[in-house]
Design a protein around this ligand. Structure first.
Ligand code: HEC
Length: 279
């Protein structure tokens, strides 16, 4: 009698352990394709600037349905006039030494989770290295279906001229969208820092998200590798491509002094700029 209950308990423990392993099954990243996405210092070019014809002739194309990437990505690089983006007119505070750098993006998914891995060299030479806790912060935002032009304009739907650290703006006002929402996740390099699982709606929320975000990061030499695990739910679903953007705060930068990507799509069992690999 006693013997049976002991072996049952043992069997139960074995089962629990087995299912835990299945849930946390990290992809074999060596088999997942990489795609480089360039991030850049966007200076003071919020959505109001982008959509003002006298500032940005691209507005006409946006209104016709063209994407930022369609006009500004060439042969995997960016065609921005970096001197203009570093100049006094668009960047009154001064630009970082490195205006753009590539982030290598990989994505995989299973029935429960999406796994996203970013690899990059974080440049030094920030304008204001003010973040005392984190050398580097890395964020990914996914737009839901209700964001107007989400697939075209990427994170610019959340980037406004009246948000904190923009010239003359209220220091309390964070990024926001006029409609829809972005699911936001962020890894911070400080030891023991918790991953942010948040959103951008009428304001930015660094917590309260429902994506169950986990993030791990490491640095080898000057290369960072950051891996996010989050639920395949909300803005993400099998059979769907979701608009997303990346932001890296390098060299203790904060606020708008991040390097950002334009808007790309990540397809889960669907075509996209990044095609997530089914596990
Ligand atoms: C139809 C093509 C087109 C689209 C779409 C477009 N742009 Fe542009 N963009 C331009 C052109 C042309 C310039 C340079 C001249 C100017 O500013 O009008 C430019 C300039 C810029 C600049 C300033 C740096 C420079 O090279 O002068 C930024 C920043 C920028 N665009 C961001 C964006 C973003 C962000 C989007 C999407 C929300 C976007 N653009 C969509 C055509 C486009």
């Amino acid at each position: 009698m006693k013997k049976t209950s002991v072996s049952l308990a043992f069997f139960g423990a074995f089962l629990a352990c087995g299912s835990q392993i299945a849930q946390a099954a990290a992809p074999d990243w060596s088999k997942v394709p990489k795609r480089d996405i360039q991030v850049f210092h966007a200076a003071v070019t919020p959505i109001e600037w982008v959509m003002k014809k006298s500032d940005h002739s691209g507005r006409t194309g946006i209104n016709k349905g063209e994407t930022c990437v369609g006009c500004h990505e060439e042969k995997g690089g960016l065609n921005f006039d970096m001197k203009r983006l570093a100049g006094k007119d668009l960047e009154p505070k001064g630009a970082p030494k490195t205006m753009s750098f590539p982030v290598s993006v990989q994505s995989a998914y299973d029935n429960e989770n999406a796994y996203i891995r970013l690899t990059f060299k974080a440049p030094s030479g920030a304008v204001e290295p003010v973040d005392k806790e984190n050398d580097v912060k890395v964020a990914v935002m996914f737009a839901n279906d209700k964001v107007t032009q989400g697939a075209q304009i990427g994170c610019w739907a959340t980037c406004h001229g009246d948000a904190r650290t923009m010239p003359g703006a209220d220091d309390k006002k964070t990024k926001y969208t006029k409609d829809g929402a972005y699911e936001l996740m962020q890894w911070r390099s400080a030891k023991g820092a918790k991953a942010a699982d948040g959103s951008v709606t009428d304001k930015r929320n660094m917590e309260g998200g429902t994506a169950g975000v986990k993030a791990e990061g490491s640095k080898a030499g000057d290369t960072y590798t950051v891996t996010f695990t989050r639920k395949l739910s909300g803005a993400l679903a099998e059979g769907k491509a979701t608009p997303f953007g990346i932001a890296v705060h390098a060299d203790r930068a904060s606020g708008r002094f991040h390097h950002v990507s334009m808007g790309y799509t990540m397809g889960f069992g669907a075509n996209g700029d990044i095609k997530s690999a089914k596990q």
